[in-house]
Design a protein around this ligand. Structure first.
Ligand SMILES: [Ca+2]
Ligand SMILES: [Ca+2]
Length: 243
C-alpha cells in the first residue's frame, strides 16, 4: 500500500491564547476588551476603576478549545475595602474560581483617596472546562456597598493560557456533523485511525495539524495552523479498513 495516511498534531505547550493590558503605560489597555474605562495608579494603567456591583467580562465565542486553562491578572485594590462586606469574585463561565477581599489598611497610599492605602496583587487560577466546550466567559464581579470615592478596584495584566488544548475534526463543513476530538498536554499526538471523511477542523492558534494521504495534495503533507471551514473531499479509506 503506497504512502501512509496520518494525522500528526503538534501541541506547543502552553499556548498563550490571550493577553491584554500588559504594558505599564502604553496603548494595549485602550481597547474595548473587558471595559473601555482605563485609570492610572502609581504609573500603572488599569481597567477601571469599578465600584458597587460593577463587573467586567470577556467572552471567547466558538474559538477556544481545551480541557485545562490558566488565567491570571493583577488586581488593583483601591482605597478602603472592608473585609466583612466587600469582595471580588472571579468566574469562568458560571463557575466561581475565587472570592477575595482585603482589609481597609492593607497596602500603601498610591492613588485616588489619599486617606486610604492601595495595593496591587497578582492572581492566578488553573481551571478545567468540560470536553467539547468552545465558549469561555471570564468575569470579574464586584460586591461593594460604598462608592468609588471610598472603595474601588481595577485590573490589568490579563493572560489566558491553554494548558491542555484540543483539536476537533468534523464530518461536515463549518464544524458540523460528527466530531472527533484529540486533546493532549503532550508535545505530539500521532493518530492512524480516522473515523470519517474530514470536512472541517477547529484549530486554536498555536497548534499545528499535519495531514498526509496519497489521495490528498499528491501525497504531500499539509500543515494547518488555523481552523479549516471546508476542506475538499478527503478520506482515509484504506487506513480505516486496516485499522
Ligand atoms: Ca488610596
Ligand atoms: Ca464597604
Amino acid at each position: 500500500m503506497p504512502g501512509v495516511s496520518f494525522i500528526k498534531i503538534l501541541f506547543f505547550y502552553p499556548i498563550l491564547f490571550y493577553q491584554n493590558c500588559i504594558d505599564a503605560q502604553s496603548g494595549d489597555c485602550f481597547n474595548n476588551d473587558w471595559s473601555n474605562r482605563v485609570v492610572g495608579c502609581a504609573g500603572m494603567l488599569f481597567k477601571g476603576q469599578f465600584s458597587c456591583s460593577e463587573q467586567i467580562s470577556l467572552e471567547f465565542n466558538n474559538n477556544i478549545l481545551g480541557l485545562k486553562f490558566h488565567f491570571s491578572f493583577t488586581i488593583g485594590k483601591f482605597d478602603s475595602w472592608d473585609a466583612g462586606s466587600d469582595s471580588l469574585q472571579v468566574l469562568a463561565n458560571n463557575a466561581v474560581l475565587d472570592t477575595f477581599t482585603y482589609r481597609p489598611n492593607e497596602g500603601t497610599t498610591m492613588c485616588f483617596n489619599s486617606f486610604y492605602p492601595d495595593m496591587f496583587q497578582s492572581k492566578s487560577y488553573i481551571f478545567y472546562l468540560p470536553q467539547g466546550t468552545k465558549t469561555l466567559k471570564l468575569t470579574l464581579q464586584g460586591h461593594f456597598d460604598e462608592n468609588a470615592d471610598n472603595e474601588s478596584w481595577g485590573a490589568r495584566g490579563f493572560t489566558l493560557e491553554i494548558l491542555e488544548p484540543c483539536v476537533e475534526f468534523y464530518s461536515d463543513c463549518n464544524f458540523q456533523g460528527d466530531v472527533w476530538r484529540i486533546c493532549n498536554g503532550n508535545q505530539t499526538s500521532q493518530v492512524r485511525n480516522i473515523p470519517f471523511e474530514i470536512k472541517s477542523i477547529l484549530i486554536v492558534n498555536g497548534i499545528q495539524v499535519k495531514i498526509r494521504d496519497p489521495r490528498y495534495h499528491g501525497g504531500q503533507t499539509q500543515t494547518y495552523t488555523s481552523s479549516q471551514y471546508c476542506l475538499s473531499s478527503y478520506q482515509f479509506p484504506k487506513y480505516n479498513q486496516n485499522a
